[in-house]
Write a protein that binds this ligand. Sequence first.
Ligand code: GLY
Ligand code: MN
Ligand code: MN
Length: 428
Amino acid sequence: MSEQIYKKRILETQKYLGEEDALILFASTHRYKNKTVEYKFRQDSDYFRLTGIEEEDGILFLKKDYSCHFSLPKDKEKEIWTGIRLGKEKIKESLGLSESFDLTEWDSKKEDLLTNTNTLFYFFGKEEKIDREMLSIISRLQMKLREGKFGPSRIEQPEFLHELRMIKTEEDLECIRKAVDITKKGFLKIMRRTKPEMYEYELEGILDSTYIRNGAWGGGYNHIVAGGKNAVILHYNTNREKLNHGDLILVDSGAEYGYFTADVTRCFPVGKKFSGAQKEIYELVLASQKNAISLTTAGRKFLDIHESTVRFLVEHLRKMKLLEGEVDSIIEKKEYMKFYPHKTGHWLGMDVHDVGRYFLKGESRPLRDGQITTVEPGLYFDPSDETIPVDFRGIGIRIEDDVLVNGMSPIVLTKEIPKEIDEIERLR
Ligand code: GLY
Ligand code: MN
Ligand code: MN
């Protein structure tokens, strides 16, 4: 993305700050998998959105009329091992900052930067080490009152940055559409190639390689590849078991491209066809999902979609004699939760469970144009539940699409990933 966009976003952010406010964003740091082995690096979403910088440990500091950044110092010897560092001059110029420093200068400058600041905006509660550092700066500044200086009297989450992230821009949508397109390639491959006796991790491998070969970072979250009864474990991702003929497989996966992730779930038979019981449950989940998508319209309270989906599923589960009693009482007592224990969707964007509040003043928020939400109802039948028919035991089905709110006409970004039974069976 062009550097102009980051300059623009920094200026846009500064407009939210008052004269005595300061905002600090911290880059991600490298994490270790074991001893000297690092996890693959992924920049912090908020820091990346404003800087476009993919180096670790950077710090962006903003006031209304001042901006600076701290970055890894240029260091020939270190750069031989870990790659060229941008360096402070380049960062200052490309982001249009007032000043730019090496990270080694942070300790000597941080107190001065926060002197005479009233509200300190930063995302507290994420990194204990940073929280402690901020509190210790504040307590040192409190000692300087007699010198006519003061430190922050309030720490506040920069919620406005997350509000901005909720409504997707054209640039955001470009990345998401690409992430979805790469995800589609992965799903089509596994739908075509899966055979009985393969292992779950072989499908994971196909998804990963398809994503990476098409320019994605990889998955936006750990792939869930759950054969048979593993599908009833909502966040199953060990992906080590063999796929058996006659079972269904549930795959929940999404490519991350340009710092945006898709989030898709499809279920398909390990063999060629769905069984009668699998079909019955699948059609029910699919019908509830289509109903939920039709409700994903601007102005509708987000919680309405979930409540309507619960009611839809309960009415049908009652007809199937899987739940007993009055619909309202089943809902009130949450008896449906043994089959449907999660919510119908979540915000989607740079993070799979994306930022932004779901409730304001205790009320579920109305959807707005430009938001993306997943729509992902499911039904899960405990393999050891002897109160349900044998054929249903161990079936887990979730169908998940990514939906862009667009007036009264929701746009299903992931619609090209097959979900109708006949489409799926044609690919098997
Ligand atoms: N893949 C995680 C979720 O669907 O929420
Ligand atoms: Mn999801
Ligand atoms: Mn998912």
